[in-house]
Design a protein around this ligand. Structure first.
Ligand SMILES: *Cc1c(COP(=O)(O)O)cnc(C)c1O
Length: 230
């Protein structure tokens, strides 16, 4: 199967459901990205800052670049000039730095707050209490250069579908609760990023409206990247 036909197959499945597809191109060469681009794909996800910057500089300027991996505070400045959506905001400190760098670039940067839903401790993200605490914080409410678009999560890496579904259900419930309590009058809180190649069907079943799919489109990655790790 070619990249173009893989993309077509996924789009056929998800587009009618209103689910946005982020094509995860990490470790893949520019030629592969251009093949997807020629097939109409404009939204791409990367998880390493340096790789993202290099690809941004050498590829067409109408690509929307999403940073999907863990972001270190000291690297925010490199992506702030151009990034379209930051998926993995996992601390208040990071969000404040994004706000600061966005201001320097005279931008408002769209962000998703990453919630820790997996069993593994190794994964990043807020827990529920931390998240609610931040959403109520006056300092948070005063940030002018970040726009919170929704939540993101990564399920446990397991064959156990029941467990994965429970984790996605938990995140969808939290998303609905936060939307009702904190963003009722703010229509831009509209994005729930959950699901990757192995579990996007389950994620959509549980209410995802943005999926991050890499290997199903571009084939297996040769270089080992840790999930959501910088
Ligand atoms: C790599 C990655 C993906 C895509 O993984 P695939 O299994 O190749 O679809 C999705 N989300 C995050 C955060 C990733 O790091």
């Amino acid at each position: 199967m070619s990249i173009a036909s893989n993309l077509e197959a996924i789009n056929l499945e998800v587009k009618a459901l209103g689910v946005q597809l982020v094509a995860v191109s990490k470790t893949k060469p520019n030629e592969d990205i251009m093949e997807a681009y020629e097939a109409g794909q404009r939204v791409f996800g990367e998880n390493l800052v340096q790789e993202l910057v290099e690809k941004y500089e050498s590829l067409p300027k109408d690509i929307e670049w999403h940073l999907i991996g863990h972001l270190q505070t000291n690297k925010v400045k490199y992506v702030a000039p151009f990034v379209t959506l930051i998926h993995a905001v996992d601390s208040f400190k990071l969000l404040k730095e994004i706000d600061k760098q966005a201001a320097k670039n005279k931008r408002v940067i769209d962000c998703l707050l990453q919630v820790h839903i997996a069993e593994e401790d190794t994964k990043f993200g807020f827990d529920h209490a931390e998240l609610i605490e931040m959403l109520r914080d006056e300092e948070f409410l005063a940030l002018k250069h970040v726009n919170i678009r929704g939540l993101m999560g990564i399920a446990t890496n397991t064959e156990n579908e029941k467990e994965i579904k429970e984790e996605f259900y938990e995140l969808k419930s939290l998303y609905d609760g936060i939307k009702a309590s904190f963003y009722r009058k703010n229509e831009s809180f509209d994005t729930l990023s959950m699901g990757m190649s192995s579990d996007y069907k389950l994620a959509i079943e549980k209410g995802s409206n943005m999926i991050r799919v890499g290997s199903t489109i571009f084939g297996k990655r040769v270089i080992k990247h840790f999930k959501n790790n910088d």
